[in-house]
Design a protein around this ligand. Structure first.
Ligand code: COA
Length: 349
């Protein structure tokens, strides 16, 4: 079923100011220098300084990363960072590591009225589960920054590092190959434009209602964990992850549907929709394992699509689905979704 978007095509977020110190490290092509080493290296005549910063990232730096990502998204047509990474630029997220790449000496500069390091040209994020993302500002590509960032992420994350390339843009495959990474996961970005929709057909004993924040949280987290037991990024969501989404401007409980057992009220499945910048998204669809195979996923998908297309009057609906999820991809294809882009994940070979 659809999984919450990396949202590499969503607007970038703003960050607040909290200045604090960070461990500065620079690195080069030498094997595993480790975070304490400070080395400078010339790549094609430029010097790169890498800085690994444990969460929380100083907010001035977060603002600079946000601006850099926004510019890269504008130039590439796809945001280089996922929704999770953008959310985690702000606030404290234990275990997260931010890697900053500067051209030469960072120095300082004002960004949005805040003091920040200047010469920031690239950024990499590493989550405690090993998932990583990185990008280099387009004017600074092919100068060695990407390779330096990726080596630093691999130094910190080790063999369980898995790196996402959103949109699989030119350079990602080549860089990954050069550092002996191979593609281990594909995430399809599907799009659908306005077309007729069948009505949902609900299995017997199922009622539909919308999510009530504060009341349904714990029960939903349980069903989400069960439905996505094989999908750690989605299945491991906590109350804090949920609360973080509730605070986003796009959050609308009227677009968050629950299928519940008419007798017990237990949640059997859900379809959480999202609307941003006039585009609807099948944000997360999940069905509890005990209710799978009964047509509930299709009914929930249609319920959300009707909401987005008719109630919200949206012409375009998008979603992300795992490449290995053959049944879900077949369902979305039957509902007129077509592939718009492909995100890939690389891991050490
Ligand atoms: C992929 C990306 C990070 C590369 O950054 P970069 O700073 O340009 O990469 P480097 O200069 O360190 O390149 C290292 C090697 O990768 C390969 N490479 C990088 N970009 C390439 C391109 N456009 N075409 C072919 N090979 C490329 C080359 O082998 C290159 O070495 P070379 O320049 O000596 O030939 C950058 O293009 C980017 O930010 N893309 C968008 C985000 C993304 O895809 N991230 C996932 C990365 S796995």
């Amino acid at each position: 079923m659809a999984i919450s978007s990396p949202s590499s095509r969503s607007p970038l977020l703003r960050c607040r100011e909290i200045l604090r110190g960070s461990a500065k490290v620079t690195r080069d092509d030498a094997p595993s220098p480790g975070p304490e080493h400070e080395l400078n290296r010339t790549f094609y005549g430029i010097q790169v300084t890498l800085e690994a910063v444990p969460s929380p990232l100083p907010s001035a730096t977060a603002a600079a990363v946000t601006e850099l990502a926004r510019a890269a998204a504008h130039s590439d047509g796809v945001n280089p960072l996922s929704e999770r990474t953008l959310l985690h630029l702000d606030g404290e997220h234990p275990g997260d590591v931010h890697v900053l790449a500067y051209e030469g000496d960072p120095g300082t500069i004002e960004v949005s009225g805040l003091q920040s390091a200047r010469n920031l040209v690239g950024y990499g994020a590493l989550s405690p589960d090993g998932s990583a993302e990185l990008f280099v500002a387009p004017p600074f590509r092919r100068q060695g920054f990407g390779a330096a960032l990726l080596r630093m992420l691999l130094d910190h994350g080790g063999t369980r590092t898995s790196v996402w390339a959103h949109g699989r843009l030119p350079g990602a495959d080549e860089l990954a190959h050069r550092l002996s990474l191979e593609i281990t996961r594909e995430l399809y970005f599907l799009r659908r434009t306005r077309a007729s929709l069948p009505d949902p057909v609900w299995p017997d004993g199922i009622d539909v209602r919308t999510f009530v924040p504060g009341q349904d949280d714990a029960a939903w987290l349980k069903v989400n964990a069960a439905a996505f037991a094989d999908h750690p990024e989605q299945g491991s969501w906590t109350a804090a992850d949920l609360a973080e989404r509730f605070q986003q401007p796009w959050f609308d409980p009227d677009g968050f549907f629950l299928a519940v057992d008419s007798a017990t009220g237990a949640i059997a499945g859900f379809h959480w929709t999202k609307v941003e910048e006039g585009i609807g998204e099948v944000y997360v669809v999940g069905v509890s394992p005990t209710h799978q195979g009964q047509g509930l996923g299709k009914a929930l998908t249609l319920q959300g699509l009707h909401h987005l297309q008719t109630t919200r009057n949206l012409n375009e609906i998008v979603l992300y689905v795992d490449g290995t999820n053959t049944p879900a991809r077949a369902l979305y294809t039957s509902l007129n979704f077509t592939t718009a882009a492909l995100d890939v994940q690389y891991t050490p070979a």
